[in-house]
Write a protein that binds this ligand. Sequence first.
Ligand code: FAD
Ligand code: GLY
Length: 401
Amino acid sequence: MSESLSQFTSAPSSQAGSAPAGKAKPRVAIVGGGVIGLALAWRLADAGCPVDLFEAGETGEGASRAAAGMLAACAEAEPGEEGLLALNRASQTLWPAFAEELERASGEVVDLRTEGTITIALTADDLAKLRHLYAFQQGLGLPVQWLTAAEVRRREPYLAPRLAGGVLSPEDHQVDNRKVAAALKIAALKAGATIHQNTPVSRVETAGGRATGIVTGETRHAADVVVLAAGAWSRGVDITPATPLPVRPIKGQMLSLRMDPAAPILSHVLWAPGSYLVPRHDGRLIIGATTEEKGFDTDLTAGGQLALLTNAWRALPTLEELSIVEQWVGFRPGSRDDAPILGPSPEVNGLVYATGHHRNGILLLPVTTQVIADHILGGTIADVALPFGAERFGPPRAAAE
Ligand code: FAD
Ligand code: GLY
């Protein structure tokens, strides 16, 4: 593990139940093959654990495929989510080393791009809102820089003529999340993990208050540690006697256009009023995203796509010449307070949560991997992750009854 991946201070976990002291490395069952489950499979197999990952469909096809890959701890900082900022920023600093290590382990590139993010205002109203956001970001000590309209245009010449100003977030990078998922799968397999695709897990088995394995169909798979990393579907796995997790799907519609990779019309990640735009090295221009409380509704709607395209076009009018490559829907795993759920179950020993990453699961990938792997291998929880345990949602069910 690279040096920068072990920089956090840690406390013993409330349930240091994952790796029985003095024994061989624990046998781990991971439920879910998105980036979170795959990265844990890689890291734990690499550390010598026997790892089985169970995925209901094909790996990397959930939110991890749908995402835009923004690592936007600063641009996406929102009032009321200050508690999450430290975790987001910690993960942001881990990304370059994580990407390098993943590329080395897998032999694949993941396209970490470091041009940064620009948030723009088009109207006087937008400008007032942007000044407010900028003051909030500055108050939090975030590395952001105010840009005049001319300064924005110098960086992005194809933006609309009526540009009013912008904010540069130079540390908000992006990565190709689909390439990350593919690379993680290769790295996990190379490290010795076994991946079971098209194998949905119905429940976690327990005995005497401890996880003993998982059940798929009629088959039981024994494990010392079970990691629940099933994203927006995490509530669909029966974890009785533990309390069901407050995780729900938050629908997002997206689309992508085809730029000429040799002459892209955008190089930074762009936050415009009502949409964001993410240029990829391969020429795709990703436009996102709606935020809808519609359960697992997979419909692409005219209204959703129209809003995204109209808002993107207002910011970058030349995109009207581009062809549409793909339109899709994904499900963010949203928890009750929109923050991830990380660490041991307070009710079942050996059951570990790595879910609820909402809008930031790609950003939070390195820190989640480190925190959960350290817990399973060493029985600690990094201080930065302590506020994100499942116990914050209230007393365990048994205690509340
Ligand atoms: P997923 O990738 O959804 O993986 C969960 C997996 O579990 C799935 O493959 C599923 O099939 C499997 N599964 C479910 N039930 C079972 C079961 N019973 N048994 C076995 N397997 C099961 N984050 C960012 O940081 N930056 C962004 O720019 C960004 N943009 C986004 C845009 C959109 C439109 C969406 C939807 C999300 C975005 N996100 C972004 C959020 C990010 O995609 C998620 O937080 C992250 O991918 C969650 O990863 P995961 O591995 O937990 O979930
Ligand atoms: N983080 C971008 C999104 O969730 O749409």
